[in-house]
Design a protein around this ligand. Structure first.
Ligand code: NDP
Length: 246
């Protein structure tokens, strides 16, 4: 039996892109998946599809910028499936623009979603993992969590933060709880539509059209981390499209 079969995997940002594909992939391999995001119509469609294919899935609305909602979301997953084996902290957004444009509202949204959303997920799930004496955090960073490029200062800052938080968490809670950082390059999703600055949006769109690989490439990397034996913690996976240079 695979080490994914029967595991309860909770994923934030599962209404599109990497999160949706991860839920579909893991459900097809026998995981019980619990999906969260704000667009509940999209979540319901994914759940219905998974169930039609014979998988087990449930969903609940969550805005990861609201701590009480994240706490209730994690509790709902425990109530539904009795435990949580994996939390994929995936919800995020990328609003690229030069710092000098001072799109402060977008900085706030990225910090609140990409950093605080991950922290709220950790705060809600850690007590569950400690009670169970097992669990696995999978936090989605980025190539932008390893290198900064022009226009990506704030987004990269949030993704560097995800890596720092994940590594600190790993050192503190290791033993029976695993922590994995997934750092993808350009992957097909709705992410490149998140930039309001017209020049940056055009160049991001072009870059994604040329390079981006399907979201199931990330879903497979996540599955690889999950399927390892409990005494093996894949600490980080950095993956890019073969064509992506930087
Ligand atoms: P998408 O825009 O397709 O998906 C983002 C997901 O996050 C959606 O399901 C969205 O759902 C959810 N989300 C956004 N804000 C919130 C919120 N406040 N509360 C709850 N859910 C929220 O992009 P991706 O799939 O690409 O992004 C997923 C993660 O992957 C992000 O963290 C991103 O930074 C990271 N990443 C993506 C890369 C890429 O090239 N695609 C590369 C590297 C990292 P809804 O709007 O319904 O709430």
């Amino acid at each position: 039996m695979s080490n994914i079969q029967g595991k309860v995997v909770v994923t934030t940002g599962a209404s599109s892109g990497l999160g949706e594909e991860t839920a579909r992939h893991l459900a097809s391999r026998g995981a019980k998946v619990f999906l969260g995001a704000r667009r509940t119509d999209r979540l319901a469609a994914v759940v219905a599809d998974i169930e039609r294919g014979g998988g087990q899935a449930s969903a609940r609305a969550v805005d990861v910028t609201k701590r009480a909602e994240v706490t209730a979301f994690i509790q709902a997953a425990v109530d539904r499936f009795g435990r949580i084996d994996v939390l994929v902290n995936n919800a995020g957004l990328m609003s690229l623009a030069p710092v000098a444009k001072t799109l402060v509202d977008e900085w706030d949204r990225m910090v609140d979603t990409n950093i605080k959303g991950v922290l709220y997920g950790i705060a809600a799930a850690l007590p569950v993992f400690q009670r169970q004496n097992s669990g696995h955090f999978i936090n989605i960073s980025s190539v932008a969590g390893h290198k900064v490029s022009m226009g990506a200062a704030v987004y990269a800052g949030t993704k560097f933060a995800v890596r720092a938080i994940s590594e600190g968490l790993r050192q503190e809670v290791g033993g029976s709880i695993r922590t994995t950082i997934i750092s993808p390059g350009a992957v097909q999703s709705e992410l490149p539509m998140g930039s309001s600055d017209p020049e940056t949006a055009a160049s991001v769109k072009e870059m994604y059209q040329q390079l981006a690989i399907p979201a199931d490439s990330v879903a497979r990397a996540i599955a690889f981390a999950i399927e390892q034996p409990a005494d093996v913690d894949i600490n980080e996976v950095l993956l890019r499209p073969t064509k992506q240079v930087l």
